[in-house]
Design a protein. Structure first.
Length: 277
């Protein structure tokens, strides 16, 4: 198995059942998955979570994360408790839970929202850690992780061993800026969402069109010693028939980068140790 495993974010195919998503993966050489909490494994659906977890393991696929929509400093106030998210993730057998880093962008967030989001993250990380899980902050526009500075500020306010970060390629910035953003979260990186879009996020491009960018990101990851799972998120037209092509590109680049770096095909190690940015 590769040190960095290629996988899938299940929301890529919201129109498919969990069973159909799992059928697509082995033929595409994908090894791990983040199950979404909106369609495939809804929060509180413990029987569904248990069944999907069992089916995933029977298919030989590892679970990287439970992709929740719990939002720091927002969800609890709306009557959406983290306890229900955690119970669902435990039933699924997920080692980590994706959460959203607040409900406002850096530009519109006041210091109070940043402080409360950090406190909320530490609180839920304590709950997750007691159950043997960690949390991962979504790296996304219109949240507190929408820039290098904002993500760093938030993570540095949460010196908790159970709080990590995701990373995805920001749409718009040039490749140097994207590399800087990836480099900045490396000490806390858990896994990566892989896609290639035009500056207009509604226009999803073939991954091959971002080959130079993604080879650069993979080289940085290989050189860093980190070994995050690399999960394909979205394909052009949301077409299941394109998954094998998109996965083949990612697997080829990953194999070539790791061979060049002398990494071979080792098994993925546990999640990296946390640390301040």
């Amino acid at each position: 198995m590769r040190a960095m495993r290629p996988g899938l974010v299940s929301v890529t195919f919201r129109s498919l059942s969990a069973e159909d998503v799992l059928r697509l993966m082995p033929a595409s050489g994908l090894e791990c998955i983040e199950w979404g909490g909106d369609v495939h494994v809804p929060v509180g659906g413990l029987a569904t979570a248990d069944a999907v977890g069992r089916q995933t393991r029977e298919a030989g696929i590892s679970i990287t994360a439970y992709g929740s929509y719990f939002c720091l400093d927002a969800s609890e106030q709306k009557g959406e408790p983290f306890a229900a998210v955690l119970d669902t993730a435990v039933k699924l057998g997920a080692p980590s839970i994706r959460v959203w880093a607040g409900s406002r962008s850096k530009a519109s967030a006041d210091p109070g929202h940043l402080r409360r989001a950090a406190e909320d993250a530490a609180r839920i990380a304590d709950l997750a850690r007691a159950a043997g899980l960690v949390i991962c902050l979504e790296y996304h526009p219109d949240t507190l992780t929408d820039s290098i500075e904002s993500a760093g500020r938030l993570l540095n306010l949460i010196p908790h061993p159970g709080v990590f970060s995701l990373w995805q390629q920001p749409t718009g910035p040039d490749v140097a800026q994207c590399l800087d953003s990836l480099r900045a979260v490396l000490p806390r990186l858990h896994h990566v969402h892989v896609f290639h879009w035009s500056p207009d996020p509604s226009h999803r491009l073939a991954l091959d069109e971002g080959e130079n960018r993604w080879r650069g990101y993979l080289r940085l990851l290989a050189a860093s010693g980190r070994n995050p799972d690399l999960l394909l998120e979205f394909v052009p037209g949301d077409l299941p028939g394109l998954l094998r092509r998109e996965a083949a590109s990612l697997r080829r680049w990953l194999s070539e980068v790791e061979e060049t770096a002398g990494l071979g095909t080792g098994r993925r190690n546990p999640a990296p140790e946390t640390g301040n940015l």
